[in-house]
Design a protein around this ligand. Sequence first.
Ligand code: HEM
Length: 448
Amino acid sequence: MFSFFKKDKNKLPSIFDIPGPKGKFLIGDAMRFDEDPVGWMLETKPEFGDMVRLDSETVVIHDAGLIEKVCSETNEDYILDNAMTAGKHGRKKLIDGIAEWMQSRKYLGKALNRHVLTQHIGRAGVSLEREVDKRSDQEQDLFDASQNLLGCAVADFVVGADPEFKRIFDAVEEVFWASLNVTDSEETRLPWMPRPIAKRAERLNKELVELLHQVVKRRLAEYPRNEAPRDALDQLIEGMHDAPEEQLVAAVRLMMVTAHGPSGSIFSWCLLRLAEHPEYIEKIREEMDRDAKDILIPSKFPNTHAFLKETMRMHPSNWLMGRTAQRDTMLGGYLIPEDCRILFSPFVLHRDERYWDRPEEFDPERWLTGKAPHKENAYIPFGSGPRICPGALLGPIQLMLGLRALLSRYELILPPLETALPMHSTLLRPDNVKCRWVLRENLQKQAV
Ligand code: HEM
């Protein structure tokens, strides 16, 4: 027997030892996964278990503990990247920028203070009511309307005190849609293909960055203001006024562009679920009658928070997340090679019977018992680890501002949830659902 046929007993089990469907040479089962990723995961999980090899460099994991391990080792053993930053060159840039971004994150966290939030809630409450009124009694796309409203709230938190707020918000909107088109498209898969969608996104992004440079310059010129910070940018400058201008611009841009989509996607599903559970509309309206600044105290809005949490369980905006190994590393007893992609799905995790009771049932009450309704690490709508969403506390506050602006004066008209097909693309969003909101008093008049 030649020695290379003998199994090396000392060799660690590698990615090729991880079970998975046979698939095709080189591409594994990637084509089947691309056609229906959720179906693929739900089908392969019972057969192959908590670690499933998709192709020679991609593994899908389902175990809550393993997912937590990968998330918590991000920045060290794994890197957080996406279709826009894939490839060796893009990855190197990301790795080089981690320390700077983590410093910005620290100061962003400080912006979640009472001063900034109270001013944000006042300002955003007014802007959201205005945006809701503008769209009154119009048939519109649900996700489009939702992401516009919530995007406005996010931008207000970040740069709401700026005299050019509207211009900044419009530029962010354009970049958001252009980037979503890139990550939704197949373009980035084949590096040698022309990339018109990505080129447009790059141009719009460049324009946004130029605009944000002007904004940051203006604020730096005003520093020190000797007044409490009005928005996240004021707070960033308070902590980082001697940081390079680029770093401040990058932090502000990333926050606005990243937060736009998830918030809008959750808001869309929340409205669809409310139309399915009208009894909650009344409960939420009752809670919303309280003083606006109480929005900062979740215990005063138990039903609203329970409803939002359950919406994020069943419809996590970031339904498929991933990390890439920065170096050879061990996971679940296997040696994961550098550049290997690890995928995990909050959508599948949040429906796993091992971690949840009646996972397929939409039941906000499960969050009202005083005990966590799930096993450890099984609820990750905001991700986890050092790169967990820095807006995890702010997101629900802004969703509540959106609900308040809409439900206090308007009645929703939406198709039944079962007709709303989910689009599992970059974000989990309802596909082409039309919605309308009508002033409550007008509906009441019509009823008489
Ligand atoms: C309900 C609303 C929101 C949801 C569901 C959401 C969800 C997420 C998720 C799942 C991630 C990826 C985390 C990971 O990979 O572990 C993320 C990242 C991020 N989110 Fe949010 N988010 C929301 C609102 C916000 C808000 C309001 C902000 C800030 C104003 C924000 C800023 C960010 C940023 C900057 C990142 C990137 C973090 C990093 O790479 O270090 N998000 N978000």
